[in-house]
Design a protein around this ligand. Structure first.
Ligand code: AMP
Length: 383
């Protein structure tokens, strides 16, 4: 039974919360958003209450006022989620959140469900870094186990001679978050599964998304990804097993490296994800709407693609909106954020009925906005 006029609490008030609210209000849901700062971009569309994640008074307020709590931010402390889960529904559950917060827990979970990962070793000291390099060799990437995002907290080692530089960059976070050294996967391309699962165990993936990153930050996504049926089938099977293993409820993303016909798990996001933003305009039901449906126990919407879609991520600033929207079937999503280097400030989707029309629209966008370099990897993927 769906709850009547339910209130959903969202922990974290960034653009994901903003878009969850925009998608969830037509379903009759009410929202309350909580963040460590009140001045966040969801505040344009919903009241935001500032709190510390361990403030028991504020947590008690959430438990009294909302029927279910969900997340825009995956690094809310797992203890916070556990405290709430004793008093109300929390979706995704605290164990899923804790798994996604720690690269070690994430990778061991992937391996347990039969999803291969890059070779890895945990690193807590300078001596362990040398031992890890000796064990898995270079090239490799040293990453913080926790709190890394968008390429932050990462250092690439081309050879063992980079160990000092890597330790200078990440030795300090090592004490706080722990580190992990991963071998560099020589991937052909990167894909993500965006999928939703409800409390009854129904699982629906959207068509596979192909992603292109620049400096560790998502730059462009293409969906449906042009790839073999076998790869898509295997990616969905891994995502389904992961969701079942974690008893997951809601939308999540599983990021994968494709090497020939093989898939390697990189990481999961226990929330709606940047690489699923194309679903707002390019799928029957968006990831945002289906997440709200799942956490409220409403029937899930269809996840089929309506068209071929490309998502442009705007990082550091917005380009000329009017020039972008002068191309047919383009859709603009501004987060109303102050531009800053490396900051995601918005995205835009372009749709087309087939690959030829999509290529033509991408060509127009590249010309009118001087985006040839950004668009090039996607045009190549469409070949
Ligand atoms: P992450 O924060 O782990 O998602 O890393 C950001 C991006 O860095 C990924 O999307 C990849 O493009 C790249 N990357 C991270 N880890 C690896 C790896 N082990 N091998 C190859 N590329 C990687």
């Amino acid at each position: 039974m769906a709850l009547e006029q339910p209130t959903v609490a969202i922990l974290g008030g960034g653009q994901l919360a903003r878009m969850l609210v925009l998608a969830g209000v037509p379903l009759g849901a009410r929202f309350r958003v909580y963040d460590t700062h009140a001045d966040v971009c969801a505040a344009d569309v919903v009241p935001v209450q500032a709190m510390a994640w361990n403030d028991l008074g504020a947590l008690g307020d959430i438990a009294r006022r909302a029927q279910v709590v969900t997340f825009d931010y995956e690094n809310v402390p797992a203890q916070t989620a556990e405290w709430l889960a004793k008093r109300m529904r929390v979706a995704p559950n605290p164990r899923a959140l804790a798994t996604a917060q720690d690269r070690l827990a994430e990778k061991t979970t992937f391996q347990r469900i039969g999803l291969p990962t890059a070779e890895f070793r945990t690193v807590d000291t300078r001596a362990e870094l040398d031992a890890a390099i000796a064990a898995i060799d270079t090239p490799a990437i040293l990453k913080t186990r926790r709190m890394g995002y968008d390429g932050h907290g990462q250092f690439r080692l081309r050879s063992a001679a980079d160990a000092d530089a890597a330790w200078t960059a990440l030795g300090e976070p090592a004490a706080q978050y722990g580190l992990i050294l991963e071998s560099l996967v020589p991937f052909d391309y990167e894909v993500s599964v965006i999928a939703v699962r409800n409390r009854a165990g129904e699982f629906r993936p959207w068509p596979l998304t192909r992603n292109h990153h620049v400096d560790g930050i998502l730059s462009m996504s293409l969906a449906p990804a042009p790839c073999s049926e076998a790869i898509a089938h295997s990616a969905f099977a891994h995502a389904r097993r992961l969701a079942e293993e974690l008893n997951y409820v809601g939308v999540f993303a599983l990021e994968l490296f494709v090497v020939g016909n093989k898939l390697y798990g990189n990481e999961m996001a226990p929330r709606v994800h940047n690489s699923g933003h194309w679903t707002q305009d390019g799928a029957v039901t968006s990831q945002f709407e289906n997440h709200v449906r799942a956490v409220l126990d409403l029937p899930l919407g269809e996840t089929d693609a309506l068209a071929s879609s490309v998502m442009f991520n705007w990082v550091g600033g917005l380009p000329d909106k009017a020039a972008f929207l002068s191309v047919p079937d383009t859709h603009w999503h501004d987060y109303a954020k102050e531009p800053r280097p490396g900051r995601k400030v918005g995205h835009a989707n372009v749709r087309a009925p087939d690959a030829a029309a999509l290529r033509e629209r991408l060509g127009l966008l590249a010309k009118r906005l001087d985006l040839a370099e950004k668009v090039a990897p996607i045009l190549k993927a469409l070949d």
